[in-house]
Ligand binder design. Structure first.
Ligand code: NAD
Ligand code: DAU
Length: 338
């Protein structure tokens, strides 16, 4: 099988490419990535020389490039990871999110239609369902109630996928996963940000009261779920993916666990102004992917977070290079001037 992965230099896309090439010796991967601040060639160090892997630099919103790539490569499937992904950046600057997450998705869907691609998976997010702060779990049929510009841009992408399914009967599917963590995550997201700040003996900025709840899934478990959806998913269907931690973990509990694992104490915490429009709780019902496709996550949170913290401790070079230049400007704008 030949798979066109978009956004494969990012956190989840690069983990997915590693996962698929390790599991399927005869598969080929074509990676189309714009190489934004979040795209990092070092995420695929070692893979870049693999004859089963090809890289193309480009924007999914560039119709000419996307169409010529697909007509030459003729992929059996497209998996769209490419997106602007950070909620805080979407609050500062929503425009890029509309361009990639909405318009870019539209360009890919048009190409699926015009080139008769047999399978398209849209990697979406639980954030499209919005806040579930009164308990309960979002089902695939729950209404879309996005809160942030990021979540709204992802919901816009999802709605186009569903419209292209209904109108043109395209072989498209959507996955909606909860928060991922693991190796190669850009240190703007809470887990790598807090681990690396603590390793640098810096403070860690907890938004508001820290009582927000997220459902943390190891990135390898997300990859195994996408693998199943690719091979066994039913066209037109949506699949929620998540760990369903029980008991649920607040940001403050998560923070304290990271502090302990990094050998620090709670004086490292700095409570800062809350994120605008901050959702209190995300929670998805994952019965469908478990019962219909037989998916089960392998990591529990204790083993996953321990492995992740070790990875950042053992890969100082990887994240220290990122925490320079543009990153420092972003950090100042986001945390010092807020
Ligand atoms: P990331 O920010 O680490 O990487 C995004 C990648 O997309 C980068 O390599 C970037 O260069 C590329 N990209 C951005 N705009 C592009 C464009 N216009 N054309 C081509 N490439 C472009 O993101 P991530 O955390 O790996 O997320 C991947 C996908 O998974 C996203 O669609 C995101 O919405 C979704 N998702 C993420 C999480 C999470 O916790 N990180 C959870 C659920 C769903
Ligand atoms: O739920 C899936 C989503 O998870 C993905 O769709 C997004 O792409 C991904 O970025 C992530 O979104 P979140 O906003 O949940 O992730 P983030 O790591 O930015 O924040 C997690 C929680 O931690 C959230 O409640 C805000 C809080 N937080 C975050 C940062 C960066 C802090 O308290 N301090 C911080 O400095």
């Amino acid at each position: 099988m030949k798979i066109l992965v978009t956004g494969g230099l990012g956190f989840i896309g690069s983990n997915f490419i590693r996962y698929m090439l390790a599991k399927y010796s005869a598969y080929q991967i074509v990676n189309l990535d714009k190489v934004t601040y979040a795209g990092n060639f070092e995420n695929l160090a070692g893979i870049d020389k693999d004859p089963r892997y090809q890289f193309f630099k480009g924007d999914i919103a560039d119709s000419k490039l996307v169409n010529s790539l697909i007509s030459v490569q003729k992929p059996d499937a497209i998996i769209n990871f490419a997106a602007e992904t950070h909620v805080d950046r979407s609050i500062m600057n929503p425009g890029d999110f509309i361009n990639t997450d909405v318009f870019g998705t539209h360009i890919l869907l048009n190409a699926v239609k015009d080139h008769n691609v047999k399978r398209y998976i849209q990697i979406s997010t639980d954030e499209v369902y919005g806040d579930f702060d009164n308990g309960g779990f979002a089902k695939e049929t729950s209404p879309l109630r996005p809160s942030s510009p990021y979540a709204a841009s992802k919901a816009g992408g999802d709605l186009q996928v569903l419209a292209f399914r209904r109108t043109y009967n395209l072989p498209v599917l959507i996955t909606r996963c909860t928060n991922n963590y693991g190796p190669y995550q850009y240190p703007e997201k809470i887990i790598p940000l807090f681990i690396t700040n603590l390793l640098e003996s810096k403070t860690i900025p907890v938004y508001g009261d820290g009582q927000q709840i997220r459902d943390w899934l190891h990135v390898d478990d997300h990859c195994s779920a996408i693998d199943l959806v690719l091979h066994k998913g039913v066209d037109g269907e949506i699949y929620n993916i998540g760990a369903n931690q029980n008991p649920e973990i607040t940001n403050l509990e998560l923070t304290k666990r990271i502090i302990t694992a990094c050998g620090k104490d709670e004086r490292s915490i700095e409570y800062v102004k809350d994120r605008a429009g901050h959702d209190r709780r995300y929670a998805v019902d994952v019965a469908k992917i478990k019962t219909e496709l037989g998916w089960e996550p392998k990591y529990n949170f204790d083993s996953g977070i321990a492995q992740t913290i070790s990875w950042y401790k053992n890969n100082l070079e990887w994240w220290k290079k990122i925490k320079t230049g543009e990153y420092l400007n972003y950090y100042k704008q986001q945390y010092v001037q807020r």
